[in-house]
Write a protein that binds this ligand. Structure first.
Ligand code: SF4
Ligand code: SF4
Length: 146
């Protein structure tokens, strides 16, 4: 009797399993074949901090005021700027940030008076050196344009 019961239970379990497989077969695909295919990230995605380039000026709007540097709870930002001439405002020449210690809290983005900081949508920042995470955003922006 135990033998027939095991066969019936095994058969029933197989049917249940095939029902799950059948349902999954006709559902829309929600995963992608990464890295062969890349994801289109949502604008709400919080990738590392980046400088915005404004189309009107063709460059960032960082005035090296230091606000983001002061509010950053992780102390990972260092900004340097120069004045083109005595009566002009400053413009950032170096914006160094350590991504490896940034918690992506967003305080720098929120506090920037010129709204020149944003979260990127990049998600492939793996590296085998800790120092690759220390980036000068102004230099990187200039390199990407040349
Ligand atoms: S997101 Fe937060 S931790 Fe990262 S640099 Fe900005 S203020 Fe600092
Ligand atoms: S990114 Fe914004 S808050 Fe930070 S130094 Fe530049 S202008 Fe000031």
């Amino acid at each position: 009797m135990g033998y027939w019961k095991d066969i019936v239970l095994g058969g029933w379990s197989l049917i249940e399993g095939m029902k799950v497989t059948g349902r999954a077969l006709f559902k829309p695909v929600v995963t992608v074949q990464y890295p062969r295919r890349h994801l289109e990230m949502s604008p709400a995605y919080r990738g590392h901090i980046e400088l915005k380039v404004f189309p009107e000026t063709g460059t960032h709007g960082c005035i090296a005021c230091g606000t983001c540097q002061r509010v950053c709870p992780s102390h990972v930002i260092k900004v340097q700027g120069v004045k083109a001439h005595a009566r002009s405002g400053k413009i950032a020449t170096h914006y160094v940030i350590d991504y490896t210690r940034c918690s992506l809290c967003g305080l720098c983005v929120e506090s920037c008076p010129t709204q020149t900081l944003k979260f990127s949508t990049e998600y492939e920042l793996a590296s085998d050196s800790r120092w690759d995470g220390v980036v000068d955003l102004v230099l990187r922006m200039e390199e990407s344009r040349s």
